[in-house]
Design a protein around this ligand. Structure first.
Ligand code: OXD
Ligand code: MN
Length: 589
């Protein structure tokens, strides 16, 4: 008798009509074969899926050039198909589930003809973790199969784990013909099912990532009493050897990966990486909040990554293990066969191919690497991977940071007064848009908890869920807002960022451990400047003051913007959020 899993796979094959079905086992040998297929057999247009890179300097690394129309997440083509529109909320595109399925069925009919259907069994989370989930993704391109092997724990034992049960997360992915007019990413939260066609790009195609571990998982979290968040998880070791675990939510391409593996500029402090993108947060039996990273790889933005900005990432990329490392839409140094991007160490190479494979000329004014070019690398290659990474229980969280990219308005760091005020801090977040999604760059958009594109249900209910989780925590983490990106009147950054951000983290853990006081302001608590360790930094006093300036005119405008956003949700918005909003406004009077 066929198992529910076998039946499901058969049904998908009947619809998509692949030439053959390949059940992947996650082995090293299989990865090698898939890379070979990507280099020699599969094509995107007339180009191979993978190009081998310099195996000495970047061992086991490959370059992938995506279809030129397929370079970022497409939020406008991403739908969350709850039975009713209200449950999806104004933060999501919604389509009736039956209509969405009908549309997808038409687009998917025969879409794998002439291709191989890869069946990928994987876990999100450590297989022994009570918080982990068993998943199956179907895809029709080696790039996605290899990427999923890096990003998730892919093994055939997941199939045994699923056994006769129908309790597994389902993902059906096909690149289709890359036609942007036939591109959709559809989520069916109640069925734990994601259906994606027409794109091979990261968040659109690696369905364990944004689609499942955030959009669907946030919905599961609402039902089951936990949180799925767009957050870094890191441990900060102080000079005495004590490690404090914290999480940080920042929108896409705002430096989460750099933060997650920061090399401390303060002697005696060290950061341990647990995750750079997604955290699943559960209330532990001890009343603390515990975090696991469901992923096991990095899918980070390449431009700007260097030995100066993120030395641990450069080491990760060059480490070379049996996990391949992929570079997507970076430029290529023709002479060395190394990947190249704007901001990488060293001078400008003489012979570069741009991200589309064409000879690049600096006079053209175009960037050689796509601004959203990426690397995909195993977390196990990270030299500062926390020894707790594979702990099935996760790590206990003492502080949560909410950040964004704001040239103006937002101070370097602000602490919430308590949990509800901290939730409000998260809900009032805004950030300047980046190249991670297809939209105009540099425009401020409200992005509560950095979850606007990823919350799989009505955000008003999501805030209520956050407030409720707080009620279950006997030892809630403190909540902070951070902003590394404030500029002076000439547009120059006021804060050096990168490894120097440890100074802010130090203040945060000092607050958590009750070592320093803080000053009250209308928008929350800020450091007494004497408690922020700026030793050796050389920042003029006026810049430090500017970093913490709370300009009431700017905040009046900000409040109007926040109010417009919150009002979108009508009566569904929890009254506690409005109360916090009113309290903040009153403090300004
Ligand atoms: C990502 C994103 O890829 O947030 O992590 O876009
Ligand atoms: Mn992300």
């Amino acid at each position: 008798m066929a198992t529910p899993l076998q039946k499901w796979v058969e049904e998908q094959a009947k619809l998509t009509k692949p030439d053959k079905i390949w059940w992947c086992d996650g082995s090293e040998e299989e990865a090698r074969r898939l890379i070979e297929i990507g280099m020699k057999e599969e094509k995107i247009g007339s180009s191979p899926v993978f190009y081998g890179l310099n195996q000495k300097t970047f061992p086991n690394s490959y370059l992938h050039r995506s279809h030129p129309t397929d370079v970022a997440r497409t939020e406008h083509l991403t739908f969350v198909c709850h039975p009713d529109k209200e449950t999806a909320g104004p933060n999501n595109n919604w389509m009736d589930p039956a209509e969405a399925k009908e549309r997808m069925r038409k687009l998917s009919d025969g879409c794998m003809r002439g291709k191989t259907m890869y069946v990928l069994p994987y876990m999100m989370g450590h297989p022994r973790s009570p918080y982990a989930k068993a998943c199956i993704q179907i895809t029709d391109i080696s790039y996605v199969a290899i990427s999923m092997r890096i990003m998730t724990r892919m093994t055939k034992s997941v199939i045994d784990k699923i056994g006769d049960s129908d309790d597994f997360v389902k993902g059906l992915h096909s690149i289709g013909d890359f036609d942007p007019n036939k591109r959709f990413i559809m989520h069916f939260p109640d069925e734990h099912f994601v259906w994606s066609i027409g794109s091979g790009y990261g968040g659109n195609a690696l369905l364990g990532k944004k689609c499942f571990s955030l959009r669907i998982a946030s919905w599961l979290g609402l039902k089951e009493g936990w949180l799925a968040e767009h957050m870094v998880i890191m441990g900060i070791e102080d000079p005495k050897g004590n490690v404090t675990y914290i999480t940080a939510a920042l929108p896409s391409a705002c430096g989460k990966t750099n933060l997650a593996m920061l090399e401390s500029a303060l002697p005696g402090y060290k950061v341990w990486t647990l995750g750079d993108d997604i955290a699943w947060l559960n209330v532990g039996p001890d009343g603390r909040l515990w975090a696991i990273n469901p992923e096991s790889g990095f899918f980070g933005v390449a431009p700007g990554t260097s030995m100066k900005t993120n030395p641990n990432m450069m080491r990760t990329l060059k480490k070379g293990t049996f996990y391949p490392t992929l570079f997507t839409n970076t430029a290529l140094n023709v002479d060395t066969k190394e990947p190249w991007w704007e901001g990488i160490d060293g001078g400008l190479p003489k012979n570069l191919l741009d991200w589309q494979g064409d000879p690049w000329n600096s006079a053209s004014g175009n960037r050689a690497a796509h601004p959203n070019s990426r690397f995909t690398a195993s977390l196990y290659q990270c030299p500062v991977l926390s020894p707790e990474f594979d702990n099935p229980k996760g790590v206990p969280i003492s502080a949560i940071m909410f950040g964004g990219k704001r040239m103006h308005v937002k101070p370097l760091v602000v602490e919430g007064l308590d949990w509800p005020n901290g939730v409000f801090l998260g809900s009032r977040m805004g950030s300047e848009t980046t190249a991670a999604a297809m939209h105009k760059e540099g425009v401020v958009r409200r992005d509560p908890m950095a979850m606007l594109p990823f919350c799989g249900y009505n955000m008003a209910d999501y805030f209520r869920h956050w407030l409720n989780i707080g009620k279950q925590l006997t030892h809630p983490p403190k909540i902070f807002s951070i902003n590394w990106f404030r500029t002076d009147d000439n547009g120059a950054f006021l804060w050096p960022g990168f490894g120097e951000n440890i100074r802010v983290l130090k203040w945060i853990i000092d607050r958590v451990n009750n070592k320093v006081d803080a000053k009250e302001t209308p928008i929350g608590l800020v450091p007494d400047l004497k408690d922020l360790d700026t030793h050796g930094l050389n920042i003029p006093q006026k810049n430090l003051e500017k970093l913490f300036e709370i300009n009431s005119e700017e905040w009046r405008k900000e409040s109007e913007d926040i109010e417009i956003f919150l009002k979108n949700f009508g009566d569904r918005m929890p009254k506690e959020i409005w109360q916090e909003f009113e309290k903040m406004k009153k403090r300004f009077l």
